[in-house]
Design a protein. Structure first.
Length: 174
């Protein structure tokens, strides 16, 4: 693990590949734990297999002084982590907390305690945090929510099925 600089309490970037199991574990920890512990956390996920995302990934590798392009690479403010294992969880929390006020740290500690006591109840009460990971759209300046894509495909498929059914019904009437 290499760490440099100070961190911003609200910005995390996860560089990943869709087939990387460690990336999935990191994303799960960030989305299912840290998202609920830290009220103002913002997370961007960047698929480094997308050609348009490679320059940003390579720039991050240089900035973090990583010699190899292994993923996941997780950047919290200016702190860089390469790889993921459960033993790194506290390091992520420390990096997130660097620039936090004492009251924000106390709120995060209270949230963590509540998650330990009743994770399902806490998550249900704070469902607005369920989808904080924003997926970088390759080749575009805009971002999209990582969970919006399947919903969009569902509605497109539904529309195609309705139109197709309409043609079948009209053809039978003729």
């Amino acid at each position: 693990i290499f760490v440099m600089g100070a961190a911003s309490a609200a910005n995390v970037t996860l560089y990943y590949t869709p087939t990387c199991p460690h990336c999935h574990h990191a994303r799960e920890f960030i989305g299912n734990t840290l998202a609920y512990e830290y009220d103002n956390l913002k997370v961007e996920a960047v698929n480094v297999l997308e050609p348009d995302n490679r320059p940003a990934f390579e720039e991050t590798l240089k900035k973090c002084m990583f010699e190899f392009g292994g993923v996941p690479v997780i950047v919290v403010g200016e702190k860089c982590f390469q790889g993921y294992g459960p033993g790194m969880d506290e390091s992520f929390r420390e990096a997130i907390a660097v620039d936090m006020s004492d009251s924000d740290k106390a709120a995060a500690a209270a949230n963590r305690k509540a998650m330990t006591t009743d994770a399902d109840g806490f998550k249900a009460a704070h469902s607005d945090r369920a989808n904080i990971i924003i997926e970088r759209v390759a080749g575009a300046d805009q971002k999209k929510n990582s969970d919006s894509n399947p919903v969009m495909y569902f509605y497109i498929l539904l529309a195609v099925l309705v139109v197709g059914l309409g043609f079948i019904v009209l053809k039978k009437k003729k």
